[in-house]
Design a protein around this ligand. Structure first.
Ligand SMILES: [Fe+2]
Length: 510
């Protein structure tokens, strides 16, 4: 029972992965403000109260949506299996299409894929947050499946398994850390998830319903992972969700267990399930994968990047260099002139489009050891410029760079996938280094930050030592668990202290 377009007047025409129209509630609160407010430490009471109202508004917005959950709880198990089968079948079709020579379905080039990673960052960087409020119910067996999901989202405290850490690293690798200028719509899902984190006591069925929807592995996850790998981008964040969200033993199954375990035995189970459905539908609000992918416009993205740089760039160029009779500072002093500036750079031969960017003087100013503008643009911005100059591939990947570095390999070679590149890197390095044994790493202070000596007097370790001291000074299990759960909150769990707290918590709940 998917949403149909005429159910929601004025909504965008692209259905999202829920099959619904992507939109949040435009009520009293801005999602973006709510998102950043909820990421503050020691939340003021007024923000907690506001987030409850925000959540109520979003839930109200779901009332005009229908969803594909079965009406009967007994039918959800087979519904999960059927949904998983359907996704497997659709993915097989996708692979067959690709093997028959079809172009990528999602990403026209690498900058398109990076644009997507930035656009979904507000959601990915609070991954798992909706379940945080349940950690305080650590001694209630009804919530053990759901708490287990939360712990797995946090990688059980292992840094390279923590989903937020993995995504942060992915963004940093490609210069995609600047995403806070995204529109309010991009923050709807994140703000909902952070609000659910604060109000599990008041919105328990809604938390369970949201989780049930979120943990069903969608087709877009598989296609995204496949195409990121193809473009030389690490797909781990996406592939690990497909393995842990699987219908047999993974999060999809645990999400159903969590629902069944929590159903009231005395109170009204029908009313509880009605609220679960409302929570499920929260997944359908905000921007979605398809909308983000379709919103990419390489030309607009380039102009936006140059427009942003012009704020400083209009002061720093010498008057020696002129293009079409105007100095670079004159061109950059008016951002509306950037398209004309680019056209003139092309006309005067500074940029040779639809060719290897190495043939363009403009590109050589940006990239290379002796490039005069080296460091002005970050990796993402350079990728956009590179793809804009290189143009559309004439055939499958035929005009794309063959590795992740700009222009270091012959233009027109096929690009190595991320996995192939990693294998080559590993083969090159494995004879040079000794891999420390896992047994050498402690359970609690399992890792030290890079550059740390591991010495307790090391500044990097002071916080962890203080946490250990605090924990040992506490006299009851309740006090210990309270301290641990406070460090496992969405803004804290990926920090050194948060990871250590998660490891201890995981051990304690068994
Ligand atoms: Fe996750």
């Amino acid at each position: 029972m998917k949403i149909t377009r005429n159910m929601l007047n004025g909504m965008p025409s692209i259905p999202n992965e829920c099959g619904t129209m992507p939109r949040g509630c435009s009520g009293q609160f801005e999602s973006k403000h709510m998102y950043f407010d909820l990421l503050r430490d020691n939340l003021p009471e007024e923000i907690v109260i506001a987030s409850r109202r925000y959540l109520a508004e979003q839930l109200q917005a779901t009332d005009k949506l229908t969803c594909d959950l079965p009406d009967k709880i007994d039918a959800i198990g087979s519904w999960i299996d059927e949904k998983a089968d359907q996704v497997r079948h659709q993915y097989r079709e996708y692979l067959n299409e690709r093997q028959a020579g079809a172009a990528r379905r999602y990403f026209s080039n690498k900058s398109h894929a990076l644009y997507f990673l930035k656009a979904v960052a507000p959601t990915k960087l609070v991954d798992g947050a909706w379940l945080y409020g349940l950690t305080r119910r650590w001694n209630d067996a009804r919530f053990s499946s759901l708490i287990k999901i939360y712990l797995e989202e946090l990688g059980e405290g292992v840094p390279n398994k923590n989903h937020v850490t993995i995504y942060k690293k992915l963004l940093a690798t490609h210069g995609c850390e600047q995403w806070d200028n995204l529109s309010d719509e991009h923050f709807v899902q994140g703000a909902i998830q952070l609000s659910l984190a604060q109000h599990a006591d008041h919105f328990l069925p809604e938390v369970i319903g949201f989780n049930l929807g979120y943990e069903q592995p969608p087709l877009h996850l598989l296609i995204t992972a496949y195409e990121l790998n193809e473009l030389g981008i690490d797909p781990t964040y996406f592939t690990l969700h497909f393995t842990i969200d699987n219908a047999n033993t993974g999060h999809a199954k645990k999400s159903l267990d969590g629902l069944l375990d929590s159903l009231p035995r005395v109170n009204d189970a029908d009313e509880f399930f009605r609220r679960v459905i409302r929570g499920y539908k929260l997944n359908c609000l905000g921007t979605c994968t398809n909308t983000v992918i379709e919103s990419f416009d390489l030309n607009k993205e380039l102009i936006a990047i140059l427009g942003k740089k012009s704020a400083v760039g209009k002061y720093v160029h010498s008057d020696y260099c002129r293009v079409a009779g105007r100095t670079i500072n004159q061109w950059l002093s008016d951002p509306t002139q950037i398209p004309a500036f680019l056209a003139n750079l092309e006309e005067k031969g500074w940029i040779k489009r639809d060719q290897d960017p190495q043939n363009s003087r403009f590109w050589k100013l940006l990239q290379g050891e002796k490039a005069e503008m080296f460091g002005v643009f970050n990796s993402y911005e350079k990728q956009v410029i590179y793809d804009w100059i290189a143009g559309e591939p004439k055939e499958f990947d035929a005009t794309q760079p063959s590795d992740n570095k700009f222009g270091t390999a012959a233009f027109g070679q096929r690009r190595l996938t991320f996995k192939a590149q990693r294998l080559l890197d590993t083969l090159g390095k494995c004879s040079e280094r000794v891999i420390p044994s896992a047994a050498a790493r402690g359970v609690i202070r399992r890792h030290a930050p890079r550059g740390s000596t591991g010495d307790d007097s090391d500044d990097f370790n002071i916080e962890l030592r203080t946490l250990e001291e605090k924990l040992t000074s506490l006299t009851s299990k309740e006090e210990i668990m309270n301290l641990l759960t406070s460090l496992m909150s969405p803004p804290n769990h990926y920090t050194e202290a948060g990871l250590m707290a998660t490891r201890i918590f995981t051990k304690m709940v068994g």
